[in-house]
Structure formats: structure tokens, C-alpha cells
Design a binder for this molecule. Structure first.
Ligand code: SAM
Ligand code: SF4
Length: 325
């Protein structure tokens, strides 16, 4: 397992399959977002070559994300290719628009589970947050994923002041009626949505207070326990967890075990720092597996301890969809 210089085992890889998306969420990208030309993005054989290399290094968990990973034409082949390396912990983060048709084939290809982003249960507000999204299609997608066994289902919600703070309680109540983990993600500043994110972010403390006032007390599931990056609670009478991913007010850097591969083949060492290493250029120039492996090891070694937001260091070069959230 590659270690970073702080002794953290880096065994979890998130891969952005594409920077493209069929929605335009206000906190993620501008409506007139310009995407990278496909020639600059990793091809399917390039993705699978790197996956093989990371599997050889000890990576045992992969999340496919983007952009919107379900708009990638080779998604099923990529999942099959990852599964063929022996990695079985394969998950997908998706906006859910295409899950109804893809859930069963994804399960058959070897996908273990999905996280679906649902920021509000009100169709009009959903359309306003996502600009192009249709809530009913997404909820059908969640149900299709559940029926296909892509479980446990996790619902990701970003709360933006002025857009969907009135939905916090209803999202939390989902855990009373479904075995879905609902995770509230604090909005983070990136690139040209940084100013919006800084103005509209709502902290874990505010979200918790809202749930406790409107729904009921939140009980910690295991004090301080992290499920991935989420701190878990539940409402009385519910077995399903409510998670908080609070990079701004309660970061989880000490237990970070991940690196990200951007759609253009850069290894991004910390979500919130622009420090990256280009793997795709050497790969296209004929680097051997041994060359690439030592490049990856040296990049992982220089993974920073944590993000620099408290010091005012905002990652400006890419937005979330380009990094792979
Ligand atoms: N398109 C897929 C989706 O929306 O689930 C996968 C990619 S998206 C970038 C991954 C996650 O990042 C989503 O849950 C989304 O809500 C979240 N996200 C996007 N921009 C964010 C921001 N500025 N701060 C916090 N989370 C953000
Ligand atoms: Fe697309 Fe996901 Fe970004 Fe929304 S959060 S614009 S669905 S990549």
C-alpha cells in the first residue's frame, strides 16, 4: 500500500470518467460551462491501464464520478474492467438521471453501490438548484438502484442558502422511511463558483440545529466514528444514518486515504488543493508500468496533510466536476 509522508495508507481511488454533465448545479458549475475536448481526456484503455497499475499498488476501493459518470459511453465496460482486476469495492456517484436504465446492467457489470445526489424533494427547487434536472427521474433512478441491489444507497445533499435550506428536514426524514443514508455535504469553494459557495454555504452545526428543531434529536451512531468521510447520526426510531461531510468546519484530513484521478489523467492529491501530477502525458509518451508506478508513488508521498481553506487558499484551477467529487 503506498504511504504518504504522514503515514496514511492511500488505498482509495476516485476516478472522474468525464468532466461533462447533463445537469448544471449552481454550486458546481456555471450554466455556460465549457468542457474539455475529448482528445484531452483519458480513453477507456488508458483508464483501465491506470486502474491496473493502481490495483497492483494496493488500491482496493474505487469510486467512479465526474462530471456525470453515467454519460460516459463506456461506463459498463469500465466497471467490468475494474472488476476484472480483482477490485470489488466499486461505487458510483451520480446525479441519478440515467439510473433507471443503467441500474441492472451496472450491477451485472460488478458495481457494488451508488451515491445519488438529491438536494431537495421539491420539483421546482430541484430544477432551480440543478438548472436542468428532473426530480421524478432521479427518484425513479434511486428506486431502480435499490431494486437492482446497488445498496446501501447513499443520498448526497448539498445545501445552498437561498436555494434549498427549507428542504433539510424533509431530506433528514427520508431516513425514517427508507434504509438510505442521507449525507449533508458542506458546500466548498472551487474555481469560478468559489464566491457563490462562500456566500451560500451552510455549516454542519446549522444543518444539525435545523434537523433537531424540525424533526427530533440526532443521536451519534458511534462518537467520532467516520464512515468514509461522513460523521454519522440517526433519528430516534430510524436505523438509517444521517451523515455530515463537513470539510470546512470538521475536516477528516487525518484519516484521508484517497487520491483522485481527473478525467484528463492528473493525479490530484487533495480535493481542495491544486497540486496535481500529470500521468496521462507520460503514459501517452510511452512510459512503462514501472515508470508510472514510481511516478505515482512519489506523487502520493507528497500528498499534503490537509486543505488550506483556513489560510484562505482556495483551489481556483478546477471546479468539482473537473476534479471528480
Ligand atoms: N454528477 C455526479 C453527482 O452530482 O453526484 C457526480 C459528480 S459531483 C461533482 C459529486 C458530488 O459533488 C455531488 O454530490 C455534488 O453535490 C458535490 N458537489 C459539487 N460541487 C460541490 C461543491 N462546490 N461543494 C460541495 N459539494 C459539491
Ligand atoms: Fe453535474 Fe454532479 Fe456537478 Fe451537478 S454536481 S453539475 S450533476 S457534476
Amino acid at each position: 500500500m503506498p504511504l504518504d509522508s504522514f503515514g496514511r495508507d492511500i488505498h482509495y481511488l476516485r476516478i472522474s470518467l468525464t468532466d461533462k454533465c447533463n445537469m448544471r448545479c449552481v454550486y458546481c458549475m456555471s450554466e455556460d460551462m465549457i468542457f474539455q475536448p475529448n482528445a484531452e481526456l483519458m480513453t477507456t484503455p488508458e483508464i483501465l491501464r491506470l486502474v491496473n497499475l493502481f490495483a497492483g499498488l494496493g488500491v482496493d476501493k474505487i469510486r467512479l464520478t465526474g462530471g456525470e459518470p453515467t454519460v460516459h459511453p463506456d461506463l459498463l465496460a469500465i466497471v467490468r474492467g475494474i472488476h476484472a482486476t480483482g477490485i470489488t469495492r466499486i461505487s458510483l456517484t451520480t446525479n441519478g438521471l440515467r439510473l433507471t436504465e443503467l441500474a441492472v446492467p451496472l450491477k451485472q457489470a460488478g458495481l457494488e453501490r451508488v451515491n445519488v445526489s438529491v438536494d431537495t424533494l421539491d420539483p421546482d427547487r430541484f430544477h432551480r438548484v440543478t438548472r436542468w434536472g428532473q426530480l421524478d427521474k432521479v427518484l425513479d433512478g434511486v428506486r431502480a438502484a435499490e431494486a437492482a441491489g446497488l445498496t446501501p444507497i447513499k443520498i448526497n445533499a448539498v445545501i445552498a442558502r437561498g436555494f434549498n435550506e427549507q428542504d433539510i428536514a424533509d431530506l433528514a426524514r427520508l431516513t425514517l422511511h427508507h434504509p438510505w443514508q442521507v449525507r449533508f455535504i458542506e458546500m466548498m469553494p472551487f474555481g469560478d463558483v468559489a464566491a457563490f459557495a462562500q456566500d451560500a454555504t451552510i455549516s454542519q452545526a446549522e444543518i444539525m440545529q435545523c434537523i433537531e428543531t424540525e424533526v427530533g434529536p440526532l443521536q451519534p451512531i458511534a462518537e467520532g466514528r467516520l464512515d468514509g468521510e461522513a460523521r454519522l447520526y440517526h433519528l430516534a426510531g430510524s436505523q438509517a444514518a444521517i451523515g455530515f461531510i463537513s470539510t470546512l468546519t470538521n475536516p477528516f484530513c487525518a484519516s484521508c486515504s484517497r487520491v483522485r484521478l481527473t478525467a484528463d489523467g492528473h493525479l490530484r492529491l487533495c480535493l481542495l488543493r491544486d497540486d496535481e501530477g500529470d500521468l496521462l502525458t507520460p503514459l501517452r509518451q510511452g512510459a512503462s508500468d514501472a515508470d508510472l508506478e514510481s511516478l505515482v508513488r512519489s506523487l502520493i508521498w507528497r500528498k499534503p496533510w490537509g486543505h488550506g481553506l483556513p489560510d484562505g487558499l482556495i483551489p481556483l484551477e478546477r471546479v468539482m466536476s473537473q476534479i471528480g467529487g
